[in-house]
Design a protein around this ligand. Structure first.
Ligand code: FES
Length: 197
């Protein structure tokens, strides 16, 4: 069967580092190159403004000697791969039960009030995209907002607004718990102090 031609000749492929690609491939047996599909997609997405256009998926397929459709199946299954452009700051808001019980609706409202974007939307200046996602695996410090690669924890309406305004004004933000909780230690609701002796 003739191979389907998908290539877009006008697209300029992102600059990937062959040494880094080889490092990824070297972790898997040479006759099992397809095993590297997820780490390679992560790497290429990082180099490609945070999303994976068709030519980038084709390139991954070529490197791994896989059919394009198999690469597409992986990229379209996992929510961490973006098949549409995203803003410079990708806000992934967890809305699974523990985060929801701890106020993820208020975080969503704070994001809307501050940036005027809803789920799946990007701000006009292309700075922020909001995506609601399922459990980010940090329920113990719920509610959680992931901004690019970092987690921001124990958020509420006010602290989310402050966080976003800091990003907008190019101030430094510190990942982790915004109430100063160490790791996942317990804390007192009134006073926000760690209670571990
Ligand atoms: S439910 Fe939000 S991190 Fe698990």
């Amino acid at each position: 069967m003739k191979k389907k031609q998908l290539k877009d000749d006008n697209y300029k492929l992102s600059n990937i580092d062959q040494v880094k690609v080889n490092e990824i491939l070297d972790k898997y047996p040479s006759n099992r190159k397809a095993s590297a599909v997820i780490p390679l997609l992560h790497y290429v997405q990082k180099k490609s403004d945070g999303w994976l256009p068709v030519p980038e998926l084709e390139r991954v397929a070529e490197i791994l000697d896989m059919p394009y459709m198999k690469v597409y199946e992986v990229a379209s299954f996992y929510t961490m791969f973006n098949l549409k452009p995203v803003g410079q700051k990708l806000l992934q808001l967890c809305h699974t039960t523990p985060c929801w019980l701890r106020g993820s609706d208020q975080i969503e409202k704070s994001i809307f009030d501050t940036l005027k974007i809803k789920n799946g939307e990007t701000t006009h200046d292309n700075m922020f995209t909001l995506m609601k996602v399922e459990c980010l695996g940090a329920c113990v410090n719920a509610p959680i907002l992931q901004i690019n690669d970092d987690y921001y924890e124990d958020l509420d309406y006010k602290t989310t607004k402050e966080l976003l305004n800091k990003i907008k004004t190019k101030k430094t933000i510190k990942p982790g718990s915004v109430i100063g909780r160490k790791s996942s230690e317990p804390y007192e609701e009134n006073g926000n102090k760690n209670v571990t002796k």
